[in-house]
Design a binder for this molecule. Sequence first.
Ligand code: GLU
Length: 309
Amino acid sequence: MADGRQVVEDRAPYVGRFAPSPTGPLHFGSLVAAVASYAQAKSQGGRWLLRIEDIDPPREVAGASDEILRALEHYGFEWDGEVCYQSRRHLAYEAALEQLYQHRWVYPCRCSRKMVRQLSERGIYPGTCRHAAPAEAGSFPFQGYAMRVLSAGPVRSFRDVVQGDVSEDLQREVGDFVVRRADGLWAYQLAIVVDDAEQGVTEVVRGADLLASTARQIHLQHLLGYPSPSYFHLPVVMGDNGEKLSKQGGAPALTAGDSLPVLIRALGFLNQPLFGLESAADLQQFWLEVFKRWQADRVPSLPSCRPRI
Ligand code: GLU
């Protein structure tokens, strides 16, 4: 039966996620991503997962993970299920790397960043170790070597819900890229692709600063046989200095004051209707109202902008 109801029932249930890196406390830019991903999931009756992307200890700030969780609770976010910590997912990433290696889609590489810069002006890896795995590298998992994935393949294209059509020729514009660093740390690209697939994420909502990573992630999804989620890239929040607000850039942490005005500011940035929201009796009522009103097509299709209020 091809009526509308049948179509709705057949569609995979929506699963969204918010995936902060604990490189500092939650700031206004990450709050915007949390608000948009939450509203986009809950307005469709979906699940909203929380994943702490703590795979890069040198960049981590002590206590930031807990601080982010506390801040999200303060703003009334309610995530579904347990929080996922990437630092506990080493075996899953290694299994994915092994799967890639079985097809020889990854290879060990000993070129340093400095060497890559010397070899190519644009920092695009010229494939030096592609066909010449160093004999002393031993066998999988090639401890002490970076692992690069072949970028050859079709131009990766996708339609971003907000930003429109995007495509990237990885071979020409990126080159073979690192999925595990020589120091053993996992590259963000591999970790999130494995996690999004395992958690059944159907749509990725995040800042447009990650638009340029998406083709690499789609490439890995193809190689690993995972489905690709839909992509929804939000304009990045710019500070007064014209730069992206970022935890590493020292963006001010949100203070523990009244949460409603800050949430309303985030919704204003996302160009959502705000009337009457300030008089919500409590955060629960506020969020229910936000889910009812959320209009994804009002989110500005700009790579970045300044908050209007
Ligand atoms: N962990 C990334 C960040 O905090 C976001 C990753 C993603 O949403 O794909 O910038």
